[in-house]
Design a protein around this ligand. Structure first.
Ligand SMILES: [Zn+2]
Length: 302
């Protein structure tokens, strides 16, 4: 949990510096852009700074389903973004995984009446470790906890669609779920997919490079060229984008395994920089090439 807390600090400092830069140039604070992915399904994503992971929204005759709920400072902005497309309250909130940039507003949304749905490991994690707040980790309030949990898969039959929610094991965390709207041909991957940047593998919470690759292959097997993919982070994606990500990950695993097999330590592998060819395109502030190398090394030697 310590590493996740430090990651949140980095994310918050990125946010803070973005806000500072924004003030200097008199730009607005971070907020949400609303993209209609297909009729009735939206992606809400941060513009002008980091607000959390990409939020999904299904709106229709049966109500409103929200997928993930960003970070606490952006609750009102997220609600305004939802209000811009529907007057109805959120009936269901699906958490793709436990990280605070995807579950940060659970308590508020749960208190407003949303039924929270998640993988069973997410609820156990919240009960065991609490939730991230501005004052550090605190016991999870009841309204933040999922009230419906599952182990493998479940389906929603709402808004003229059949949405399958399925668990992928030990990928980004130990409680990841992916949501596939079958009729709309839209899929929300949670953080099993960072579009166009190195992914974060939360090894301390059950994530692994092998699970990550398996998850992405499983998603690839269920989509086609017309599928619209809402990734956990990054812009709306296509099958080709996901294929590039899994190819990068498979090659990364191979390159680092090669160094490990030669008997190199983590620092020696970092120095050898086997991922240098990916640096220009995939390196970013949160998961640098060095951090990517270290997390894959740790995952493969654990
Ligand atoms: Zn995450």
């Amino acid at each position: 949990m310590k590493s996740f807390a430090s990651i949140l600090l980095i994310l918050l400092s990125i946010t803070a510096s973005t806000i500072c830069n924004a003030k200097e140039t008199e730009k607005a604070e971070p907020t949400f852009a609303t993209l209609e992915v297909t009729p009735g399904i939206y992606m809400l994503s941060g513009v002008g700074g980091f607000v959390g992971g990409n939020v999904g929204l299904s709106v229709g005759e049966d109500g409103v389903i929200l997928i993930d709920d960003a970070m606490p400072p952006f609750l009102d902005k997220m609600k305004n973004a939802i209000k811009s497309v529907t007057d109805k309250p959120v009936s269901y909130l699906i958490n793709t995984h436990v990280h605070a940039d995807h579950t940060g507003n659970n308590a508020a949304m749960g208190a407003d009446g949303a039924v929270i749905v998640a993988h069973e490991n997410l609820r156990l994690h919240m009960l065991d470790k609490g939730v991230q707040t501005k004052d550090g980790m605190q016991p999870a309030p009841k309204s933040a906890l999922p009230v419906i949990t599952f182990s493998h898969a479940m389906s929603f039959h709402l808004n003229g669609d059949d949405a399958e929610i399925f668990h992928v094991k030990n990928a980004h965390t130990n409680g990841d779920v992916v949501i596939k709207f079958k009729n709309a041909n839209v899929i929300h991957t949670g953080d099993t997919f960072f579009n166009g940047m190195f992914p974060y593998i939360d090894i301390n919470n059950g994530g692994s490079v092998d699970g990550y690759i398996a998850a992405q292959k499983k998603i690839l097997a269920q989509i086609n060229r017309r599928t619209k993919i809402i990734p956990g982070h990054g812009p709306l994606a296509t099958m080709d984008d996901l294929r590039k990500a899994v190819n990068m990950l498979i090659e990364t695993k191979k390159l680092i395994s090669y160094q490990i097999d030669k008997g190199q330590s983590e620092d020696e592998v970092v120095k050898a920089n086997p991922l240098k060819k990916y640096h220009e395109k995939w390196n970013w502030a949160f998961i640098t090439t060095e951090k990517m190398t270290r997390q894959v090394y740790k995952s493969l030697t654990k």
